[in-house]
Ligand binder design. Structure first.
Ligand SMILES: [Zn+2]
Length: 341
């Protein structure tokens, strides 16, 4: 069910939309900006549901919600509302003028049921300049019933003429704690929730994906397994780890994990406070590393990690970069281990 109360951490934008819906003053064109997973689509659909609801529920505090029971709400729920169109782009990397022209001609037709017609354009930043110019005509003289919701990560790619005719509403990254709480509410174990929330950079969508994806959970466990005692790892398990990361997303997730692992080691070494750790369940290993590794070694690991990032950006072979990084870390850890024994 679409409810504004389900949209987490976006009080300002939600408050604005609710007040505009209540007073019937919603702009014909809004750009919702925010990171992937920040809830743009959910918010756009909820706005459409509220706009079209036949029995909008208004509370005394001024908040409003779609009723969830009228025919319009039910059609919204099943994704079959005749007056709501979500643009499905033809090409992965751009939205062309043809797609926008089809929206334009569709908007010429009166709403099928209600008082409004809503068009949602995900990844609207992918509109070509030509497509934006085509859209501009609608923005200049929108039919009274038309509402366009453009979803985008930022506003950089929009023409100034388009921007000037839209209201831009920026979604904030949801704080990690809020994401963590959402995951725990959905039955995900607290430590996993904490790690996934940290990885997600405040994106509920990404965190849920991480938490619910068995495959990424498996990859995470393998990586943690390796990092626990990397000084004891043989070359073949290092090579195997580096070779098992097949996509840029997997590589990025692995590097995130590595960053958090050594961040935890450094935090424990410098503060001695286990409550500040993210990998709370790995305390034994983190503590062992914090006791063994010198600050100089942790700095060397951090330098190696930064160099790996630069090489990946320069498109050096991913597997080789990761192998080198892991071998450098292993070497650094072995040195301190020997020095300590
Ligand atoms: Zn309704």
């Amino acid at each position: 069910m679409y409810r504004f109360s389900e949209v987490v951490g976006q009080e300002t934008v939600v408050g604005y939309l609710q007040s505009a819906l209540r007073t019937g003053s919603l702009s014909h064109a809004c750009i919702l900006t925010g990171d992937p997973g920040s809830g743009k689509k959910m918010l756009a659909r909820t706005t459409a549901a509220a706009l079209l609801c036949e029995n909008l529920q208004t509370a005394e505090d001024g908040t409003c919600e779609p009723c969830g029971q009228c025919l319009s709400c039910l059609q919204m729920e099943s994704g079959s509302h005749p007056d709501v169109q979500v643009l499905e782009r033809e090409k992965p990397t751009s939205i062309g003028v043809g797609e926008i022209r089809r929206i334009r001609s569709d908007l010429q037709v009166l709403p099928y049921r209600g008082s409004h017609k809503v068009v949602i354009i995900p990844d609207a930043q992918l509109m070509t300049a030509q497509a934006q110019n085509a859209l501009l005509k609608t923005l200049e003289e929108p039919p009274a019933y038309a509402v366009l919701l453009l979803l985008s990560e930022g506003t950089e790619n929009f023409l100034p003429t388009v921007l000037s005719r839209c209201i831009t509403l920026g979604l904030r990254p949801v704080t990690e704690t809020a994401v963590e709480q959402i995951l725990v509410r959905r039955g995900i174990a607290p430590e996993q929730a904490r790690v996934c929330a940290r990885f997600s950079g405040g994106s509920v969508g990404k965190a849920l994906q991480l938490a619910e994806n068995e495959e990424s959970a498996g990859a995470r466990d393998r990586a943690v397994e390796l990092l626990r005692q990397i000084e004891k790892a043989d070359a073949s398990s290092v090579i195997e780890m580096a070779g098992s990361l097949n996509t840029p997303e997997e590589t990025a997730a692995f590097l995130d994990l590595l960053d958090i692992w050594y961040r935890d080691v450094l935090v424990l070494k410098s503060t001695g406070d286990p409550d500040r750790l993210i990998f709370t369940g790995e305390l034994q290993y983190i503590k062992d590393a914090a006791d063994t590794l010198s600050y100089g070694t942790l700095q060397r690991i951090s330098n190696a990690r930064a160099a790996a990032g630069r090489r990946l950006k320069a498109r050096v072979n991913t597997e080789l970069v990761l192998e080198l990084l892991l071998l450098q870390i292993r070497q650094a850890c072995r040195r301190d281990r020997r020095a300590g024994s």
